[in-house]
Design a protein around this ligand. Structure first.
Ligand code: PPS
Length: 572
């Protein structure tokens, strides 16, 4: 007698083996769409019934009602638009009634979409309706504008297969798998815990108390699809969860991974999460502080109130059928030597201790101690592998400046000094070298310069990810492109140090070591940076060096001192 799924029937959009074979043969004539990372996640939950009662990507009428009222056209509660965004190029080749083959990144056909609707959504309106804001600081809003394709296709899905995974396969249970397991174990009441972060003692306390309060077994159900940009990668997190699972009394708690692509939609997302957990057979769902919160907007304001999500779920409690277990923030109370919800603590007589996410990351980065009351040593050790102290992290030194400013000379000197010290692999991606090997076909238009810098950024991020030092020395004249590279490198769990070699144009031109300025002035080279092409100087680089009055040794020394100051090397 498990809880029935949302809408009554657990969807399974998979074809039988024979049907799948026939569909694959027929699909050779269909237009194809390569699913994006988010669409792959959505497809998996559509196909396995996690999104019951949906049977495909939303059509326009359902989409509009979901935006306006959080309901499908048949009246069923559904808060999040599940849409298939495709390019104009594909849209031009398909009409209503056509079938489209949906493929994974390797080209394997995962599903057939029968197109019922095709329309061009208004992203501003969608953002306002779903997220309550059009501010691009909201990751869900940014996604719509920066990553969504312009046309939506709606229609039912027939799945040939679920998207493949090679990682943690023993933990990837479908709704039917989990339901079967609950039934087998006699788990009538199950409380689900959603998370996108590593779990520490506070989370275990909270979930343990929630399970006791609900008189239920516990399902730790972390999201491993897409979470908030900047989150800890799911491989590291799952290794942490496996340690954490040992902390619960035996046979009380299960761990399963949810291949969901989060939208960081706060209140609406909390409703959606509850519905999904009901489909997975859970009767209770924990909603804590700031559930699925996107953080601050571009003005630095919190986008949702800390308990907006709880209020939203309360409002729809009857229809949801899965019961919310609300939780306030858990804090460590020194006098009790244990955890308690903050609203149950008397702050006049008791000492509350907490380490914020930001403070935790700072301590990890600097190799500082994490107290035992906060984290489990096994979990901290696991995270230290992913986030070693800076002296063992990769780092990118990104020199930018005019031609002839001295970038290459300083970059070379820094590389040699680092090689002399030893202990770290170093790669120099000098402007000229890159243009010979990586970017030999590119010129100096804005588009080509951007492409050149993107390539350098990609290589630098990979070197950084693997613990090396990447030294880049292109002109990199555009602020936005440099910001992209910074983002790529920081996402690779490493440091990014921007060094503006700010030798003034007059001095670069006076030196004119390659004779290029003379040619540019004579009009023999067009679009030369600083002469008739822009250079946007960095506003806030980690370091600025003017070589007018300093030798390359002195400049290199400044860079090394900066590296030491930031903790990336130890000069002592
Ligand atoms: S960019 O803008 O970052 O892609 O440029 P980069 O890859 O660093 O290449 C700069 C080197 O190319 C030579 N060169 C030019 N520079 C600027 N503008 C024009 N039009 C141009 N044409 C050729 C020049 O030698 C640059 O080398 P450096 O080492 O900077 O002097």
């Amino acid at each position: 007698d498990l809880i029935p799924p949302h809408g009554g029937v657990l969807k399974d959009l998979r074809l039988t083996t024979e049907q799948a074979e026939a569909a694959k043969t027929a699909a050779v004539d269909y237009p194809s769409w390569d699913l994006t990372e988010r669409q792959l996640c959505d497809l998996e939950l559509l196909a396995n019934g996690g999104f019951s009662p949906l049977a495909g990507f939303l059509g326009q009428a359902d989409y509009e009602r979901v935006l306006a009222e959080m309901r499908l056209t048949d009246g069923t509660l559904w808060p999040m638009p599940i849409t298939l965004d495709v390019s104009e190029a594909l849209a031009e080749t398909v009409s209503v009634g056509d079938r489209v083959a949906l493929r994974d990144p390797e080209g394997v056909i995962l599903a057939i979409l029968t197109v019922s609707d095709q329309w061009r959504p208004d992203f501003e309106a969608e953002a306002q309706a779903v997220f309550g804001t059009t501010d691009r600081g909201h990751p869900g809003v940014a996604y719509l504008h920066e990553r969504s394709h312009p046309v939506y296709l709606g229609g039912r899905i027939e799945a040939l297969d679920l998207p493949g995974h090679y990682d943690f396969t023993h933990l990837r249970l479908t709704p039917a798998d989990l339901r079967a397991r609950f039934a087998r174990n006699g788990w009538r009441r199950v409380v689900a815990f959603q998370t996108r972060n590593p779990m520490h003692r506070a989370h275990v306390e909270l979930t343990f108390q929630a399970a006791r309060q609900a008189e239920a077994n516990l399902l730790v159900h972390p999201v491993v699809g897409m979470t908030k940009p900047g989150d800890v990668d799911h491989y590291s997190r799952v290794r942490c969860y496996e340690h954490v699972l040992q902390k619960y009394p035996e046979q009380t708690t299960a761990l399963s991974l949810l291949p969901l692509a989060m939208r960081m939609g706060g209140p609406r997302e909390a409703l959606w999460h509850a519905i999904i957990r009901r489909n997975y057979g859970c009767t209770h769902f924990i909603v804590g502080r700031d559930h699925a919160g996107p953080g601050k907007d571009s003005q630095g304001e919190e986008i949702y109130g800390p308990y907006d999500a709880q209020e939203m779920v309360t409002r729809y409690a009857d229809e949801l059928g899965i019961e919310m277990v609300p939780f306030r923030m858990m804090v460590y109370v020194q006098e009790r030597a244990g955890y308690a919800p903050i609203d149950e603590v008397d702050e006049a007589s008791e000492t509350v201790m907490n380490i914020s996410g930001t403070e935790f990351r700072r301590r990890m980065r600097e190799g500082l101690e994490i107290p035992d009351w906060f984290g489990y040593p096994e979990v901290v050790a696991e995270l230290r592998k992913t986030f070693p102290p800076r002296a063992r992290q990769g780092v990118t030194l990104f020199f930018t400046g005019l031609s002839g400013s001295g970038k290459s000379t300083i970059a070379n000197a820094v590389m040699v000094k680092l090689m002399e010290r030893g202990g770290r692999p170093v790669t120099l991606l000098d402007g000229d070298v890159v243009r010979k090997h990586l970017s030999s076909e590119l010129g100096f238009s804005r588009a080509h310069r951007d492409l050149n810098i993107q390539r350098i950024g990609f290589v630098a991020a990979e070197i950084t990810r693997n613990g090396g030092v990447a030294i880049c020395a292109p002109i990199a004249p555009y602020t936005a492109t440099r910001a992209d590279v910074r983002e790529m490198v920081e996402a690779a769990n490493g440091g990014f140090i921007e060094i503006h070699v700010a030798t003034p144009l007059a001095e670069c031109e006076r030196r004119d070591r390659k004779g290029l300025y003379a040619k540019a002035r004579a009009g023999q080279i067009k679009g030369f940076t600083g002469i008739d092409d822009p250079y946007e100087a960095p506003v806030d680089p980690e370091l600025r060096i003017d070589t007018t009055d300093s030798t390359p040794e002195e400049a290199a020394q400044q860079v090394l001192l900066k590296l030491e100051h930031l903790g990336f090397i130890d000069l002592s």
